[in-house]
Design a protein around this ligand. Structure first.
Ligand code: ATP
Ligand code: MG
Length: 257
């Protein structure tokens, strides 16, 4: 049954269609992949779902709620989280601080409570810190806890971005190339972490990935975009042998061969 759905989504930039009538449906706790060549529209689709760019048409569904064209903070508050292709982090802050930011996003700010409830606020802060430290351990980031993020390699920032997104306790988490900038060992660690997240916490995952080994290993269903359109979907085995997918990736070269 559909838990998270994208229904006929279209995204345009000054009239140019980056995403065209794309639909996909993900069951609760499932891991789906979203692949396609460079410029296929994958990030644009995630940006539209998370309210960072407008949807020209279409609907975004989470259980019984329609999220299309909500501002980004309301989409996040509804339970749809994401990571960023380029790991959007605060480069002047420590890794711990960056991860803790995700925990505050889920807490409603309450000015009166902040003024009169200092003790409660301190307790909440300790709780956010404790959760952040747990996630740092999960992603092997304890050693860089107090390092300034801007000084660290991209692969580490990607892990911190993932930890930050999890701090918000999303019901759906969309990951934009989680293993980019990582070596094979790190990529395997990220796969294992994603499996655990889906298995233990029941978080529904939609993962954009260029590393085919990673996504074929991880996703139960893969949706394929090319030039903004969905050209295929199915199990990793089905998608790998789909002629349109092979054409999209090797396409013009294979056509000339
Ligand atoms: N802010 C923007 N303004 C105008 N055009 C954009 C913008 N963002 C993306 N595009 C264009 O939209 C199309 C889809 O880009 P998008 O970044 O969504 O692709 P992608 O599948 O994520 O690619 P990649 O695998 O390289 O990350 C491309 O033609 C891109 O140049
Ligand atoms: Mg992208």
């Amino acid at each position: 049954m559909t838990f998270f759905g994208i229904d006929n989504a279209t995204v345009t930039y000054r009239g140019l269609r980056a995403v065209s009538n794309v639909s996909l449906a993900v069951g609760e706790g499932r891991i789906h992949g979203l692949i396609g060549p460079n410029g296929a529209g994958k990030t644009s689709l995630l940006n539209a779902v998370s309210g960072l760019v407008p949807l020209a048409a279409g609907r975004i569904l989470l259980q019984d709620c329609e999220l299309q064209n909500m501002p980004a903070h309301r989409v996040a508050a509804s339970g749809v989280g994401r990571t960023f292709q380029h790991a959007e982090i605060f480069s002047d802050c420590t890794v711990l601080e960056n991860v803790m930011v995700g925990g505050y996003a889920r807490r409603r700010s309450n000015i009166l409570g902040d003024v009169i409830g200092t003790r409660r606020k301190n307790a909440a802060e300790r709780e956010v810190r404790r959760e952040a430290e747990e996630l740092l351990a999960t992603f092997g980031l304890r050693d860089v806890r107090d390092a300034i993020a801007g000084d660290l390699p991209f692969g580490i920032l990607k892990k911190a971005d993932l930890a930050r997104a999890l701090m918000a306790r999303p019901r759906v988490l969309m990951l934009d190339e989680p293993s980019s900038g990582m070596n094979n060992v790190e990529a395997q660690e990220v796969i294992a972490a994603c499996r655990r997240i889906a298995g233990e916490s029941g978080v529904t995952l939609l993962i954009i990935e260029h590393n085919m080994r990673v996504i074929m290993d991880l996703a139960e269903v893969i949706h394929v975009l090319d030039h903004g359109e969905k050209i295929a979907e199915g199990s990793p085995a089905e998608v790998q042998k789909n002629a349109l997918v092979i054409e999209a990736y090797l396409g013009r070269r294979a056509g000339h061969a």
